[in-house]
Design a protein around this ligand. Structure first.
Ligand SMILES: C[S@@+](CC[C@H](N)C(=O)[O-])C[C@H]1O[C@@H](n2cnc3c(N)ncnc32)[C@H](O)[C@@H]1O
Length: 270
């Protein structure tokens, strides 16, 4: 089994995605998507950004490596009666099923950053975008003090070391790496722009209940807990995450946890 696919099919990312809907919708509103545009959402999960793009009238294809998330996305599209949005399985490092120059917008919000072979990912995104079209990525930033970068940092300290040659997904949050990858894919450096933006997670429960949700359903955290349990360190991991979530919670309401996280938005004019 492809370990990248196994990681994301392991849990149930729809449980985390449910806390990301408002920011997903708000981000899509800022991408200049109009009725009739052809939009690809790579690493789309269950449609946090694909479905809002379809609501704007675009023809949307969502591609994700995890079969369970593709199924969940198609179910949600049906429930919302959005016939202009379909989800299919695929790998961001090799989009052989998609033709060249097919999309006006290619977006990947915390999606393609998790695919192996980042240079191939950049080449594939450029290949399927039409000249004059645009690629937008949302990538978590290594060393950033906010939520997701810290969850991934803490989790990786408990998980076994990655295999040799593994390129960290977090390198997509470093501008020089992003430029290098897109320039190698034929894009002029002047056509790549960066900004730091915020995505807010809203969970209907306490910070520790939200940690529990990551422990049960978010592949990278599930793996970290499995490794920590073997080493007798699960309590330490739980405490580190609870301290993090509690410190970053901005909600005044005990029944809601609301945590903003900073990401790097990458915009590439093709
Ligand atoms: C953190 S989730 C984000 C999902 C969605 N974009 C969202 O914002 O809700 C990462 C997603 O990337 C997908 N993914 C990971 N590796 C992939 C690959 N090689 N090709 C396509 N999708 C991939 C995972 O299955 C998962 O749905």
């Amino acid at each position: 089994m492809n370990p990248n696919k196994a990681l994301w099919e392991k849990g149930d990312f729809t449980r985390i995605a449910a806390t990301m809907r408002e920011s997903g919708e708000a981000l899509v509103q800022r991408l200049g998507i109009r009725r009739g545009m052809k939009v690809l959402d790579l690493g789309c999960g269950d449609g946090t950004t694909a479905l809002p793009a379809a609501k704007l009238g675009a023809e949307v294809v969502g591609v994700d490596i995890a079969a369970n998330l593709v199924e969940a996305g198609n179910r949600r599209a049906k429930e919302m009666a959005l016939a202009n949005c379909r989800f299919q399985e695929g790998d961001a490092s090799n989009l052989h099923e998609l033709p060249d120059r097919a999309f006006d917008r290619v977006m990947s919000i915390f999606g393609a950053m998790f695919a192996p072979k980042p240079n191939d990912v950049a080449k594939e995104m450029v290949r399927v975008t039409r000249p004059g079209g645009r690629i937008v990525m949302g990538n978590w930033i290594p060393g950033d003090p906010t939520l997701v970068a810290q969850i991934l940092k803490i989790s990786s300290a408990y998980a076994p070391p990655p295999p040799e040659g593994f390129v960290s997904p977090m390198t997509w949050g470093i501008e020089s790496h992003v430029i290098e990858r897109f320039v190698a894919a034929g894009i002029a450096a002047d056509n790549i722009r960066f900004s730091k933006e915020t995505f807010t997670f809203n969970f209907p429960g306490s910070p520790s209940a939200f940690v529990d949700e990551f422990r049960k359903y978010y592949g990278p955290t599930m793996n970290a807990f499995e490794a920590a349990e073997k080493d007798g360190r699960a309590v330490d991991l739980e405490k580190e995450l609870e301290d993090l979530f509690t410190a970053q919670n901005k909600s005044q309401n005990d029944n809601v946890t609301s945590i903003p996280a900073t990401f790097l938005r990458v915009t590439v004019e093709v």
